[in-house]
Unconditional design. Structure first.
Length: 278
């Protein structure tokens, strides 16, 4: 919130401009201020990955119709990619991630709010994908594509402003599945690490940071993961100014780091999405 107040004081004297800026800052945070679904998918047969991506592209058109008629407002489909700039940033036993957002928590609990069957999917894809291809993709059930799923329900605890703009195909996101090691962990993230993230946004190196808590997960999920972080960095960051850390900073980083373990850590690339929040 301190960063929001700071931004509102920079050369924005009119009430109209302040209102526009505030909406720009807060709108992206709305999606992450409620619970949402994180789905991790592993395709064990590499030869099926192309078909699986086509399968989700078909579903993308169905999600667009669900957003118009039902309770969902966002569907985002990412693939895990290699990151040569950070080889340690590759701790993931899955190939894809899907994020599902709803109008609110009541809408999520109520389900999609529309009956979705093969006829619905065929109608949603009419004129977009050939009918023969839709029929073929509908026949590719998860067992045929050899997919394994892990599902997490998470809720937003804190976030920076998001300066990354509207979602675009090719956007990259760093995902971290975290295991809290003590009761102080959340405070370290929200009261210490977030300060550094805010500085990163002001310097132009960082675009966004979202901190979430796991509420529940499927039997197949990693039960050690208690929190999920999603963050975006500037792909062309300005050169960072190196400064010597103070003793207090060193101690906070040391003890803050000791309060958590990164169980999963990977780079995701957005390859498809449908959103009613734009």
């Amino acid at each position: 919130m301190d960063l929001i107040l700071y931004l509102l004081t920079i050369n924005h004297k009119s009430k109209k401009m302040k209102k526009i800026l505030l909406l720009f800052i807060l709108a992206p945070l709305c999606l992450f201020s409620q619970s949402f679904e994180v789905m991790q998918i592993k395709v064990s047969d590499a030869s099926m990955k192309n078909d699986y991506e086509k399968f989700e592209a078909m579903w993308a058109n169905a999600h667009e119709e669900i957003h118009k008629k039902g309770n969902k407002v966002g569907w985002f489909f990412f693939k895990v990619i290699s990151n040569s700039n950070n080889p340690d940033n590759q701790k993931a036993d899955f190939d894809y991630v899907i994020l599902n957002f709803y109008k609110d928590d009541d809408a999520r609990k109520a389900g999609w709010g529309v009956e979705v069957n093969d006829a619905f999917i065929k109608k949603a894809n009419y004129g977009k994908i050939k009918s023969s291809e839709v029929r073929r993709l509908l026949s590719l059930r998860p067992d045929k594509m050899k997919t394994e799923w892990k599902n997490y329900l998470v809720t937003g605890l804190d976030a920076t402003v998001d300066t990354g703009g509207d979602p675009k195909i090719g956007n990259r996101v760093n995902y971290i599945g975290v295991k809290a090691l003590n009761d102080d962990y959340e405070n370290y993230e929200m009261k210490w690490f977030k300060n550094g993230h805010n500085q990163g946004i002001l310097s132009g190196r960082r675009l966004a940071w979202y901190f979430n808590k796991v509420l529940s997960s499927s039997d197949s999920a990693d039960k050690s993961i208690t929190h999920a972080i999603f963050q975006r960095f500037n792909p062309n960051p300005p050169q960072a100014q190196q400064t010597e850390p103070t003793f207090e900073q060193e101690m906070m980083w040391k003890h803050g780091g000791a309060s958590r373990e990164f169980v999963e850590n990977c780079t995701l690339e957005l390859i498809n999405f449908r959103s009613a929040m734009q």
